[in-house]
Design a binder for this molecule. Structure first.
Ligand code: NIG
Ligand code: FE
Length: 412
């Protein structure tokens, strides 16, 4: 296998020497350890060594490839811990309806939104879905994503949820980056179950979950616990059943109101609770007593015109904070993590260092990938971004809307 030496790096960011550090919380989030004029040695797909350039001369002859990174930064790849990139078609018609004054919830209640995506997905073949999702996967890898989570949730029937999860399994097989699969049968109540909610909960618990588990199609289980979607009690029932199959929880919560999503996630020891646009003192105190990672999805707030998650308040209270793209056709039709980082800086008032930690090491935690991803640490996978020549780290979010990436190196 190949040895790559990257030399004369203007600044190497995201160094964590202590491999036992799995996440950053509170004031630690402002620390993005770096070395100016650095080298990075990658061997057999892993980070073998790094340090100041003055110490590398002896390494050069052994490298298969030498990259001169003069003027460029090197960072760990982004970890996108929340996406829905397996979907059938885009939904511009709803985008225009919202411009004209309809809300996301009104569109959903009228059978649009997730149900619209489900109708489109149900009539699409597994192969077509796979090809479309594969294209999105490679698009986000090129923009710096080095590991990704992908959810089901646009099937909403036994066969279509399984179809989505099989597509994710096929993506795992061909992907150059690690993929985690999340079962999200509880994304919306299908129209035919509108007056029989419990019938759909039973379908999820008695039919979907056993097959998902038997075919080993998912790593996690998600529920959209929010007003107009699933209640706290329904969420609890589904998560308890999922845990019985060894599927940990990752929850959509508190996007549309103070709905108890955070509390139910923590009660079930969820790996993460995501969205959090409505997060008050009670939710913060609850998260402080837990191991659950709070995940913000600022693309959603930007695109739907809803409040941003109060990330500043959460970090100042001592919490960890993670950023993900939520790439999906309804609320975030874009998966570029550098734009997510820019929104976190401009709208949530995170510093560039905090936003990069949120999008790297804390993303790795939210996918149980801390041992291999999320930082420049000896022995971790060689998953990195080499930027174009740029003046500072802050230039990345400052120059929003464009990836200042020259090259990505990924491994799994
Ligand atoms: O995370 N909020 C729930 N689910 C997705 C959006 C789904 C859709 O609108 O298609 C989200 O925003
Ligand atoms: Fe989502």
């Amino acid at each position: 296998m190949k040895t790559i030496l990257i030399k004369h790096i203007k600044t190497l960011y995201g160094i964590i020497d202590d491999a036992t550090v799995v996440k950053k919380s509170g004031t630690e989030m402002a620390e993005l350890t770096h070395i100016n004029d650095a080298f990075l040695l990658l061997k057999n797909g892993r980070i073998a060594d790094f340090g100041h350039s003055s110490t590398i001369e002896h390494l050069a002859p052994t490298a298969d490839e030498i990259i001169d990174a003069t003027g460029k930064m090197v960072l760990p790849s982004f970890i996108d811990s929340h996406t829905h990139i397996v979907f059938a078609k885009s939904r511009e018609e709803e985008f225009v309806m919202r411009i004209k004054g309809k809300s996301y919830e009104e569109i959903a209640a009228a059978g649009g939104g997730i149900l619209n995506s489900a109708r489109k997905l149900q009539s699409m073949s597994e192969d077509e879905l796979f090809e479309a999702a594969k294209e999105r996967l490679f698009e986000v890898i090129a923009s710096g994503t080095g590991a990704i989570e992908i959810k089901s949730g646009y099937g909403l029937t036994v066969q279509d949820e399984l179809k989505m999860l099989r597509v994710i399994k096929r993506l795992k097989a061909i992907s150059p980056i690690t993929i985690k699969a999340t079962f999200l049968g509880a994304h919306a109540i299908p129209t035919e179950y509108k007056s029989n909610r419990n019938g759909y909960i039973r379908l999820i618990i008695d039919e979907m979950l056993p097959q998902v588990a038997a075919d080993q199609l998912a790593d996690y289980c998600d529920v959209f616990c929010d007003q107009g979607f699933f209640t706290v009690e329904e969420t609890s029932e589904i998560l308890t059943a999922a845990l019985g199959y060894g599927l940990k929880a990752k929850i959509h919560g508190n996007e549309l109101g103070y709905t108890g999503g955070v509390q139910v996630a923590v009660k079930h020891n969820a790996l993460s609770v995501d969205h959090l646009e409505y997060t008050g003192e009670e939710e913060i105190n609850c998260l402080l007593k837990s191991n659950t990672m709070p995940v913000g999805l600022p693309n959603c707030s930007f695109f739907l015109g809803i409040p941003y998650s109060p990330a500043r308040k959460m970090i100042d209270a001592g919490l960890p904070f993670c950023l993900a793209s939520d790439y999906n056709p309804g609320s975030s039709p874009n998966g570029r993590m550098s734009f997510v980082v820019a929104l976190a800086c401009t709208q949530m008032k995170l510093t560039p260092e905090e936003a990069i930690n949120a999008a790297t090491i804390n993303g790795a935690y939210a996918l149980e990938l801390s041992e291999t991803h999320g930082s420049i640490t000896k022995g971790k996978l060689a998953n990195i971004i080499i930027t174009k020549p740029i003046s500072s780290l802050a230039f990345i979010p400052y120059h929003f809307g464009e990836d200042v990436i020259e090259r990505v190196i990924v491994n799994k």
